[in-house]
Write a protein that binds this ligand. Structure first.
Ligand code: AMP
Length: 122
């Protein structure tokens, strides 16, 4: 069953241009901009321009062009932000347990410093 997309979410408004953003990269199917609350020296969000709630929704409904475009945009942003050689991390939070706050698929590209362990053990 497909998830209902909230057209009023903050990233939809960024795509519409009604909320400002700091552009890092853009092509036909993707848009990348700096996170407003950076958790690392480099913290850029990469989103599809299409209306997809999360990774599962994107995998189920997106075209091959959109799927490939988003993956390539993540790697291109790492290159543009100067972290491709030193290393970086891509995080995609999904749903309640993933602590996803904004219901429009986004990949966090983090880097520019040692990022430590992937996840806190508990
Ligand atoms: P997530 O918890 O994976 O849904 O991450 C949502 C991210 O969106 C957080 O890191 C926020 O800091 C970021 N964010 C929320 N509003 C904005 C905005 N207007 N511009 C840029 N980043 C934002």
């Amino acid at each position: 069953m497909s998830k209902t997309y909230d057209t009023g979410n903050v990233f939809a408004k960024i795509l519409e241009g009604t909320i400002p953003s700091q552009t890092v990269d853009e092509d036909e199917t993707t848009y990348a901009f700096d996170d407003i609350q950076p958790r690392a020296r480099v913290h850029t969000l990469v989103i599809p321009k299409g209306a997809y709630v999360d990774l599962s929704d994107f995998a189920a409904r997106a075209s091959d062009e959109e799927l490939a475009g988003w993956v390539r945009a993540l790697a291109r942003v790492a290159q543009k932000q100067g972290v491709a050689q030193s290393g970086y991390r891509v995080i995609v939070n999904c749903g309640p347990d993933g602590n996803q706050e904004v219901p429009h698929l986004h990949g966090h590209v983090l880097g520019g410093q040692p990022l430590g362990a992937m996840i806190r053990s508990s």
